[in-house]
Design a binder for this molecule. Structure first.
Ligand code: AMP
Ligand code: ZN
Ligand code: FE
Ligand code: FE
Length: 283
């Protein structure tokens, strides 16, 4: 029994390889108390996850991992309990999903210029009905034989500072927080340790940006993420505590597309309760 809430997971409705039903079943088997359903730029898995969890005792925390950008780099903001019928949020997510299509074509073009022969058709096949994400493209590159693992594809070409990277033209992180809160949600900064260094050499997203997000109503920081080093966990935990924010954990499970295992990082129920109290309009 693991207990706790895994507050960051993906499904085939974005760039994971497992269905919402698979994740619910596995979460129940692991003994998790709750599961955050956080596909990229969509609320599509909500209904399926809620239906699958009915009668199991597993609490579904509906959410989305919303794409923002800062100075050409991806910044992800988790939005829990957003209203899937919120107009402004859905308008921006529609735009983002459309943007993903154009961007995927641009990335495939860059790979071909770099001598890696992948096709948009294959990328579409791998993505299925889901909006195309970099992990789908990375898988196509592995299939082409140009790399052994998707990890290698990111390290060589596809990370934010890589030669095949194309940004998504997303809103800035502060606007993302406002949009998620406007949709009745609670905003948590995802994996701040993965945003790379900027010119001043400071690792990760600078405190000043996080402070601005906090001023806009950010509720928490995902300090405990499998891809963070111990030093990063401590750094972002301190940052959260200093700003009066909650500290959350999530596995960022992507099925077979990432090594991160479901339930490998969990948030205590007490933290989830405090997040719930930070919902706009909650007393
Ligand atoms: P996208 O939303 O298309 O920008 O893709 C984001 C996804 O790509 C993330 O959820 C990760 O799974 C993966 N990803 C991004 N950067 C890296 C990286 N440097 N190494 C491995 N995976 C990454
Ligand atoms: Zn992903
Ligand atoms: Fe992410
Ligand atoms: Fe994620």
């Amino acid at each position: 029994m693991v207990g706790g809430y895994d507050l960051h997971t993906h499904t085939v409705l974005s760039d994971g390889t497992t269905t919402p039903e698979d994740n619910v079943r596995d979460a129940v088997e692991l003994g998790l108390e709750g599961l955050g359903v956080t596909d990229h730029d969509t609320t599509a898995p909500f209904e399926r996850a809620l239906a699958a969890a009915e009668g199991t005792g597993l609490e579904i925390v509906t959410g989305t991992e919303f794409s923002a950008e800062l100075e050409g780099r991806s910044v992800h903001v988790l939005g829990y309990w957003v209203d899937p019928s919120d107009g402004p949020l859905q308008t921006e997510m529609d735009r983002l999903r459309n943007e993903r299509e154009h961007r995927a074509r641009a990335i495939v073009g860059k790979f071909r210029e770099l001598g890696v022969e992948i096709s948009m058709d294959r990328v579409h096949e791998l993505a299925g009905a889901a909006p195309v994400g970099r992990p789908h493209i990375a898988q196509a590159v592995v299939e082409s034989g140009a790399a052994g693992t998707t990890r290698e594809v990111f390290d060589t070409w596809l990370a934010d500072d890589g030669p095949a990277y194309v940004p998504k033209h997303a809103v800035d992180p502060v606007a993302a927080v406002r949009l998620l809160i406007g949709a009745g949600g609670v905003a948590v900064l995802a994996h701040p340790g993965l945003y790379g260094s900027r010119d001043d050499g400071e690792p990760g997203l600078e405190a000043v940006t996080v402070e601005e997000m906090a001023a806009a109503g950010l509720a928490g920081i995902e300090a405990d993420h499998p891809d963070h080093t111990d030093a990063q966990r401590e750094r972002y935990r301190d940052l959260a505590v200093g700003l009066g924010l909650e500290v959350t954990a999530g596995s960022d499970y992507h099925g077979e597309r990432k090594a991160n295992r479901l339930g490998s990082a969990t948030t205590d129920r007490s933290v989830v309760e405090r997040l719930r109290e930070r919902r706009p309009g909650a007393s």
